[in-house]
Ligand binder design. Sequence first.
Ligand code: NG6
Ligand code: CA
Length: 508
Amino acid sequence: IKKSSFLLFLAVCFAFFSSCKEKKAETAVKEEVQKKPNIVFIYMDDLGYGDVGFNGSTVLKTPNMDNLANNGLRFTNGYASSATCTPSRYALLTGSYPWRNKNAKILPGTAPLLISEDQMTVPKMLNQEGYYTGVVGKWHLGLGSGHVNWNEKVKPSPNEVGFDYSYIMAATQDRVPTVYIENGDVVNLDPNDPIEINYKENFEGEPTGVDNPELLKLKWHHGHNNSIVNGIPRIGYMKGGESAKWVDEDMADHFLKGAQDYVKKHKEEPFFLYYAMQQPHVPRTPHPRFVGKSGLGARGDVIMEADWCVGEFVKTLEEEGLLENTIIVFSSDNGPVLNDGYFDESVEKLGEHTPAGGLRGGKYSLFEAGTRVPFFTYWKGTITPGVSDALVCQMDLLSSLATLVGSDAKVEDSENLLNAFLGKSKQGRDNLVLEAGSRTALRQGDWAMIPAYSGVAVMDQVNIEPGNSDVPMLFNLKEDLGQQKNVAEENPEKLKEMMDVFIGIRGE
Ligand code: NG6
Ligand code: CA
């Protein structure tokens, strides 16, 4: 009996110690995974280089953004790939030049998903490395595969291209459907009041911006005269879905809460959050708390509102004890525009404010203000505060973050600039192809080269110079940041060198 109980004792001990060992190994793996910092993209919509205090704005104040930027690494040559939303977001998430995909243009709310399910994306790469991934905010990369039935699960959606969780608006705030979509389901949809969407013709008997000006609380200037939702005329026609329609003035609070809840829910695991804010894109609908606060009209007010949201969001990270273990990348999808289709006093009340911060052009433009945007990285305790002049693009985040988290995912156009993003190197890209509409240009070293393009010199409705010219343009940005002097003729060799590089990349 003694012998057998001794053996039993030994067996129990063995089991105990090996289970301890397993537990230890388990914790080690967990700790290893937890060393991976959380990653947050805060992405603004149409915020210009000069719209933020950290890039010199004094009229319009952005204290919360400044606080992060000034305690992080601010980029003076940080670029979106493109001067409009869809292509920039495509480059941000896929690491590929959007002009390689002919459909990567401003999309209607009914467009199919632009990113293919077998394409690498930032969230997919992070997912493979053990991250939980989510998007809250503006999507504008298409949904479904041709004909979306908004009354059933919308698929494919962000959830099919790498996101574990999605809470989005389909396209833009000025486009239908004007509803929130969570993991492919329209939120608060009443099945007895199905949603119908059409971008070509109206549904019989439904009011429009053209026919029913008496119903409008915001007047349209150009475009934006189809279906009316909440007194705001939109692009595209929508019928039904009454209970699911968003309240424009609540949108900022709504997405903020979504982002905060996401962080609280996933704080125990490494997470990625793409917080895609809608400001200051049109229609600009500040919450009543912010109306009139900037003195600059609705555009200034919603930038103040967005700044407040950034502050509140960071507070949540702080309260949850996550700030030291989270890298924040802040940027904007394209440059500024004042009148983008509604009368909202953004032009009239602009005063001394300079949204482009001295750069030429704006949204839709091949000049610098189209794509050079506010850009910083922030990682408390890890990134040393400073300013970097390295040439970086949002498209580079995929490869750079892959390096950070130990993934070997590679995408050709996305350069690994991790050291530049962390401030350990001043070395950025050698060059970058910039895009506006279907036109492209080249940025290299101190230079910007814009090939000759036919078309208007000024887009009248938005009052922006798109960068068209009968002759190629060459600017030395070191001497002429505002691109006032075309020096192509004086520098034929530089022009040829850049044209060759440009053609080499574009393959034309
Ligand atoms: C344009 C809209 C503009 C804006 C833009 C997309 C008109 C006349 N203009 O077509 O208001 O919605 O598309 O902006 O409809 S973006 O930032 O999402 O690219
Ligand atoms: Ca935009």
